[in-house]
Design a protein around this ligand. Structure first.
Ligand SMILES: NC(=O)c1ccc[n+]([C@@H]2O[C@H](COP(=O)([O-])OP(=O)(O)OC[C@H]3O[C@@H](n4cnc5c(N)ncnc54)[C@H](OP(=O)(O)O)[C@@H]3O)[C@@H](O)[C@H]2O)c1
Length: 378
């Protein structure tokens, strides 16, 4: 077994992780701990997390931490008496290998994927190709496979360095946008020609709007708050933009509702206004941070949850893993050029910056044209 430890990683490393209280997401703290590269098991890696994106999607991971196992990805370890009450929110980002006992993955390789809000992670690569590997730590075996796949950037030419922030910020969300567009087309839009998207200013929503806008005979209606209306109108991928308080004035026509907001009041207003003209109700997100059930006596179709990792499993079966990736890459490469006009990347480093960005995202105070890239490294 090769041992390719870097000089810097031979000695103990100081690491930090960011924890939030599971029952009260306004409570956040940072915890320092020591990692010993000498403790790496054969085939394991120690990676240093360079940067990660933070959006409403990460808040939803925390909101659904128990229900959908998001707390299970990066267990914080029992360093304090109340350790069980705290969790580490998963984020999408980039990391560099600083120590390796893996025969193929060398120090300095750069990796993209699902990481903890932390400075470091010990990883156990399993199935490996030139461009990717699957994390095979036992505690992750039962979690959705889409989150366990990591890209090896050094060998992956589609990851140009200037686009890294967009990759972290939007690629995982765009996968969902792509899969919903594909799902709706696969279902012939349930006979409707209008698609209503709530939280139209959200990145996952406007990624979907961008794809739907390219389809013939589909009208894309963005529903948003008054404060985000100008941003949504400026995107140019919504045929119409309607603020939440204007919905009752919309003409009733056959429509599909794709819900990124998750607001029970909004859902009821749409279902009551459209009634039987609502052909499908697709529950995707919780950006408005309400955990209310669909509601009894809701007119129209029962809202059904769309979980992107499940659809990935289906389309990987239908098209093969390479087939899905090929279609996704084509769509993504078309999206990147417009993105740079829509999103201004803001980089911040350090605990107080991470805490500030976390709190602003939690409170819904991030401007929709901002994309936050954070780091806890020195
Ligand atoms: N089911 C799945 O597989 C899946 C996959 C990907 C994403 N999602 C979900 O889609 C949602 C959007 O995620 P994203 O990362 O794309 O969002 P984002 O870009 O960070 O969205 C920001 C927008 O969400 C609304 N918002 C955010 N926080 C709010 C708050 N506290 N109060 C009221 N409105 C708030 C605002 O939009 P408006 O003013 O326009 O309402 C805001 O402009 C998340 O819930 C995410 O988990 C689900």
């Amino acid at each position: 077994m090769s041992q390719i430890l870097t000089a810097t990683a031979k000695s103990d490393l100081g690491a930090t992780q960011c924890l939030v209280r599971k029952s009260d997401l306004t409570q956040i703290r940072f915890e320092d701990f020591t990692l010993k590269p000498d403790d790496l098991q054969p085939d394991q890696l120690l990676v240093k997390i360079d940067s990660f994106a933070f959006t409403a999607n990460n808040i939803t991971y925390a909101e659904l931490g128990d229900k959908m196992a998001y707390w299970g990805f990066f267990p914080p370890g029992g360093r304090t008496a109340d350790a069980e009450d705290w969790g580490v929110i998963p984020v999408w980002g980039f990391a560099d290998v600083v120590a390796s006992r893996h025969p193929t993955i060398a120090v300095d390789e750069r990796i993209y994927g699902f990481f903890p809000m932390a400075t470091h992670l010990v990883m156990t690569p399993g199935k490996l190709t030139d461009s990717s590997f699957v994390e095979s730590a036992p505690h992750r075996a039962k979690l959705p496979p889409a989150y366990n796949s990591y890209l090896r950037i050094t060998t992956e030419p589609t990851f140009a360095e200037p686009f890294e922030p967009y990759q972290a910020l939007l690629r995982p969300l765009f996968v969902t946008s792509f899969l919903i567009d594909d799902f709706l087309a696969d279902e012939q839009f349930f006979g409707a020609q209008t698609v209503l998207l709530s939280s139209a200013s959200a990145k996952t929503a406007f990624g979907l709007a961008h794809l739907l806008h390219r389809r013939k005979n589909i009208t894309v209606v963005g529903l948003t708050s008054a404060g985000n209306r100008a941003f949504v109108e400026g995107l140019g991928c919504y045929d119409r933009v309607v603020t939440y308080d204007e919905i009752s004035a919309r003409p009733v026509e056959d429509a599909v509702y794709v819900d990124f907001a998750g607001s029970a009041d909004l859902r009821r207003a749409i279902h009551e206004h459209y009634g039987d003209a609502l052909k499908y109700s697709c529950a995707v997100g919780l950006s408005h941070r309400e955990m209310n059930p669909p509601g009894k006596g809701l007119p129209g179709p029962k809202p059904l949850f769309f979980f992107a990792p499940d659809r990935i499993v289906k389309r990987s079966r239908d098209w093969g893993r390479g087939g899905l990736e090929g279609k996704l890459n084509t769509a993504w490469n078309d999206f990147i050029p417009v993105l740079q006009h829509w999103i201004r990347v803001i980089r911040s480093n350090g605990r107080s910056a991470v805490e500030a960005a976390y709190r602003a995202t939690l409170a819904g105070k991030i401007r929709p044209d901002e994309g936050h890239i954070l780091s806890l490294r020195d």
